[in-house]
Design a protein around this ligand. Structure first.
Ligand SMILES: C=CCO[C@@H]1O[C@H](CO)[C@@H](O[C@@H]2O[C@H](CO)[C@H](O)[C@H](OCc3cn(-c4n[nH]c(N)n4)nn3)[C@H]2O)[C@H](O)[C@H]1NC(C)=O
Length: 135
């Protein structure tokens, strides 16, 4: 997937929120928002798939530790449409991450790495970023 943004040396604390706002491309196959310590240690790979890797309209969440993927968790309640504007808010504590989506939908994913702060953010794939907000 094409890398759209990489932010490093962040210091996002538990309870704070990372907001990613943008537009899903009209012919999107998928996009991903990754947060963690660095590119090889992701506490969350949040990957909506419209049609990629054999998945259609599925959100795949996973972690990565020392470059090795963990076990995927999949969500088929899919609140995204190709061509739409959308906003994703990621917050976390030492136990879990919460991803707030459109329509008051939430996805909770375990903080498998036990991270107490987030230093790394990347956005990949068919997504045109409008704004990134840390609050
Ligand atoms: C059925 C047997 C094989 O399982 C498939 O195995 C594929 C390869 O691992 C899985 O796709 C990967 O799933 C990952 C999340 O678990 C990622 O979405 C990965 O694509 C994005 C990606 C990121 N990165 C990456 N490397 N380093 C960093 N920071 N990012 N490398 N590839 C995808 O290529 C794919 O989701 C998985 N499918 C199932 C149903 O399990």
């Amino acid at each position: 997937m094409e890398c759209r943004l990489v932010a490093t040396h962040l210091n996002v604390q538990a309870g704070e929120c990372i907001k990613v706002k943008g537009k899903i491309l009209p012919e999107a196959k998928g996009f991903a928002v990754n947060v963690g310590k660095d590119r090889s240690n992701l506490v969350l790979h949040f990957n909506p798939r419209f049609d990629s890797h054999g998945d259609v309209n599925v959100i795949v969440c996973n972690s990565m530790e020392d470059g090795m993927w963990g076990t995927e968790e999949r969500e088929t309640d899919f609140p995204f449409q190709q061509g739409d504007k959308t906003e994703i808010c990621i917050s976390f504590d030492t136990a879990e991450l919460t991803v707030k989506l459109a329509g008051d939908k939430e996805i909770v994913f375990p903080n498998r790495l036990g991270l107490q702060n987030i230093e790394y953010l990347s956005v990949e794939g068919d997504f045109a970023i409008k704004a990134i907000k840390f609050s």
